[in-house]
Design a protein around this ligand. Structure first.
Ligand code: GDG
Length: 459
């Protein structure tokens, strides 16, 4: 079988196993199987600029070669913080109001993609297949093609793709999305994202020809499809079932509190945390009988703290949790427990298992793995209830969750009431169906389907 080359903005240690979560688990096994190569930014930020920087650092980790490069301060500011996270992240999450368009950022984004392409072109063999991940690296295949790389190259977008009316507000969107046609396969999380991209492509195809759209008109057939990402179900269940997990759950149960509600996500404006806190306040107002029985535990580790939008949301959440606790709390009860730190994955699994409600209410999310992890962690004989935003990619599949509009505080409050009072039969029934879905669309299926498609084998 041809060797697999993965490219992503950051590289994780593939030998670290399930601990590292996300992409590392997703692709680690595939890389190990085929003596693969993983290329990306090392996470290091160096003073000097691109021209006088040393080359690629190569390390072996099991069967995998890990190839990393540092970024200069300027690259980090323009490519990573600037274009990827001040332009593409907000726009792709339907937040045009937060996008900060800036030419230096765009130039930095182009330059880093060009530099990555040069390094990768020197590392790959003619029959390698190349799988590029996420919004940081959209133009990478186009840059590789310019260098004469003719390998099969696929791209997977982990975040949503919004309707064309929104993406066409990005200056130079013509250039950016034309480069997607340099890929053989472009994968999205949901059918809706794929449909948005197809509509964008149809509506912007003005027959302008190869000058405007060099890749769209190159004759290459680009397969545009959805590949819903999943989790490693059994390893998550195992983690939730350990003695340590059981002890942690026992420590949760204190006083009169029977309704543990759990929320876990990076502190990002796309995750809808202030709206969630406001909905929780509505729940306490609307259902006073549930007050002392219910606690919302919100874990929100910091992310991208250099960006103003992230410091603002942090302040807003601290104010909201303080005001809810001040207004409703009592000597023996704190309604909101808010933790602005990362916690170990095992602790998360235990918290999911010990919580009667998983509250997953992003305003927009590519998929949302937390929803799937919450389902996997439940005790099948006495499971909790998942409340899930209609705007998470996961909602397209996880129909038996209580699906809510995260902007509607009353609706979320009603769903919370329904969840904490749901009888055992209905909880079991919903959970069993959800777990079947989470198992069916797991991480192995995602990876296998994508790679089969990329290798031109039947899906
Ligand atoms: C992007 C897309 C898409 C969270 N807090 C802690 C922690 N986590 C873990 C969760 C989960 C992962 O991080 C988060 O994954 P999500 O899918 O929920 O969200 P994003 O980080 O935004 O991921 C998303 C995903 O890519 C995959 O394609 O689903 O839509 O935005 O595994 O459990 N892990 C630990 N401590 C924490 O405090 N250890």
């Amino acid at each position: 079988m041809s060797r697999l080359v993965i490219v992503s903005n950051r590289v994780a240690d593939p030998s670290a196993g399930p601990q590292s979560g996300g992409l590392a688990v997703a692709v680690g096994a595939a890389l190990q199987d085929g003596n693969g190569l993983w290329f990306g930014w090392s996470g290091e930020i160096v003073e000097n600029d691109a021209t006088d920087r040393s080359g690629v650092n190569l390390e072996r980790s099991g069967n995998v070669t890990v190839a990393t490069v540092p970024l200069s301060k300027r690259d980090y500011e323009n490519y990573y913080l600037g274009y990827a996270n001040r332009v593409l992240w907000p726009v792709f999450h339907y937040r045009l109001d937060l996008a900060e368009f800036d030419n230096a950022a765009l130039s930095g984004y182009k330059a880093v993609n060009q530099r990555f392409a040069k390094s990768i072109a020197a590392l790959i063999d003619p029959d390698d297949v190349v799988w590029i991940h996420d919004y940081h690296l959209i133009p990478l295949a186009a840059e590789l093609r310019k260098l004469g790389v003719d390998n099969r190259i696929g791209f997977f977008l982990h975040i949503p793709f919004p309707p064309p009316e929104m993406v066409s507000a990005v200056p130079e969107h013509d250039w950016l999305f034309d480069t997607l046609f340099a890929y053989d396969v472009v994968g999205f999380q949901t059918e809706q994202d794929a449909a948005n991209f197809r509509r964008y492509a149809a509506e912007t195809d003005d027959g302008a020809g190869p000058v405007t759209h060099p890749f769209r008109n190159s004759g290459r057939m680009t397969d545009i499809r959805s590949f819903p990402i999943g989790i490693d179900v059994d390893s998550f269940i195992e983690m939730a079932e350990t003695t340590d997990a059981t002890n942690r759950i026992a420590r949760l149960v204190r006083g009169d509190v029977t309704n543990h509600v759990i929320g876990v996500e990076r502190l990002d404006y796309s995750k809808g945390l202030p709206d969630r806190f406001r909905a929780f306040r509505r729940f306490l107002e609307m259902y006073p009988e549930e007050r002392k029985k219910t606690v919302l535990m919100q874990i929100a580790p910091p992310t991208r703290g250099e960006l103003a939008a992230y410091t603002e949301i942090r302040t807003e959440l601290e104010q909201l949790s303080g005001s809810i606790n001040g207004a409703f709390g009592d000597f023996d009860w704190t309604p909101v427990r808010y933790i602005h730190r990362s916690v170990p994955r095992e602790t998360l699994a235990a918290l999911f298992r010990g919580s009667k409600v998983g509250l997953v209410t992003p305003l927009r999310d590519g998929m949302n793995l937390v929803a799937k992890e919450y389902v996997a962690a439940q005790v099948p004989d006495d499971p909790g209830v998942l409340i899930l935003s209609q705007f998470a990619g996961a909602a397209a599949d996880l129909e038996e969750a209580l699906i809510v509009n995260p902007y509607d505080a009353d609706e979320v409050a009603q769903a919370l009431s329904k969840a904490v009072t749901m009888d055992l039969g209905e909880r079991r029934d919903r959970h069993q169906k959800l777990l079947t879905r989470v198992r069916k669309n797991d991480i192995v299926k995602w990876r296998t389907d994508f790679l089969n498609c990329l290798r031109g084998e039947a899906a």
